[in-house]
Write a protein that binds this ligand. Structure first.
Ligand SMILES: [Zn+2]
Ligand SMILES: [Zn+2]
Length: 359
């Protein structure tokens, strides 16, 4: 099969300056795979980057994480259409296989990588944020030799396959909660990832899953996804309600997925002594709390959560066998040429995931 020489891609030129451009189709070198992208999800981090987040662009536009211009997107799977020398053996794949690469490409040399903690790689290259690691908002994408590649069943829709990445992140966050059978688990913030966490917490034996959010339509969705209780943080005294539900003790596990600093203090209040607090969300501003509660008052476990390490195979299997239902979390699909509309829809505050489809 001969591939076209060029393709249409979305490239990051600056805050609110992402351009639909014609770029060369890359050629896979040794160990590399060229995939034809099925569809690519728009992540909250894509939105933060698009709107000029300092984490990505740095103070006064220098020293941020983003090294562009590059092709955006890190939530996508695709089919292998070309392979460099040794790539089939390296990744255990064949031409035509449907695959996904984890969002991070580990350096394999830093102390974290050498210790199996590749998701904390010191170098930290993630697809779609570096000009030398282009992402999935294009017809084709190159997976480097060091990419962590997993097979994806054909039975998954393009949207479900694009959702593997966020679902794997949700899975890792729930794993970090170290849920014991019967635990009461509170998920603060039920955006599409929170709704995923809710299902995973249930799979892991939570006795009671409680969803918190400020928006009623999200809470309705949480109920549909099986939350035992869905409480509005604006109109209800949620700390008192959670204590009531737990014989006065408080929840065993609290997962912060709202990105609102108020979610932290509230969580520390409603969690029981010796409980586990998982920090998943990303904040635009600092949060101020009295740390005494972590030590002297409750002796809490504070667990951070980043990316979806070692979670891709189980996430793929759970989506494939229907235990993890992500179909209702998907919104609309836009051709890559309509990226502006897709981003606008994502920024409008809806809870579901929008997709960009290559042309
Ligand atoms: Zn993402
Ligand atoms: Zn590394």
């Amino acid at each position: 099969m001969s591939l076209p020489k060029t393709m249409i891609a979305v490239r990051t030129h600056g805050p609110r300056d992402y351009r639909v451009e014609e770029v060369p189709v890359p050629t896979p070198g040794p160990g590399e795979l060229l995939i034809e992208v099925d569809a690519c999800g728009i992540c909250a981090s894509d939105m933060k980057c698009f709107t000029g987040g300092e984490l990505f662009w740095g103070k006064e536009m220098s020293g941020g994480y983003l090294e562009g211009p590059c092709i955006a997107g890190h939530e996508y799977a695709g089919h292998i259409v070309a392979m460099g020398e040794g790539a089939a053996e390296k990744h255990g794949v064949r031409l035509g296989d449907r695959v996904i690469a984890e969002q991070i490409v580990p350096c394999e040399e830093c102390r974290f990588c050498k210790d199996g903690k590749y998701w904390m790689c010191h170098v930290h290259h993630i697809f779609g944020f570096k000009h030398y690691l282009n992402g999935g908002m294009a017809k084709y994408c190159l997976y480097p030799a060091k990419a962590r590649v997993h097979k994806v069943p054909e039975a998954l829709s393009d949207g479900e396959a694009a959702y593997i990445e966020p679902a794997a992140c949700a899975w890792h966050a729930v794993d970090r909660g170290e849920i014991k059978p019967g635990d009461t688990v509170v998920i603060c913030g039920v955006g599409n990832i929170g709704l995923c966490m809710l299902q995973i917490a249930r799979m892991q034996g939570a006795g009671k899953v409680i969803a918190l959010d400020a928006k009623d339509y999200r809470l309705d969705l949480a109920r549909e996804f099986g939350a035992d209780l869905a409480l509005n943080v604006v109109t209800e005294d949620v700390v008192a309600r959670v204590r009531e539900e737990t014989g006065g003790y408080g929840c065993d596990v609290y997962i912060e997925a709202s990105g609102n600093p108020a979610g932290i203090g509230q969580g520390l209040q409603m969690i029981r002594k010796l409980g586990t607090f998982v920090e998943f969300s990303v904040f635009n501003e600092p949060a101020t709390i009295n740390w005494t509660i972590i030590g002297d008052t409750k002796e809490l476990n504070i667990h951070g959560s980043h990316l979806g390490p070692y979670c891709y195979p189980k996430t793929i299997a759970a989506i494939a066998d229907g235990t993890l239902d992500v179909k209702p979390l998907l919104a609309d699909a836009y051709p890559v040429t309509d990226f502006a509309k897709a981003m606008e829809a994502s920024l409008s505050g809806g809870v579901l995931k929008n997709l960009v489809v290559p042309v």
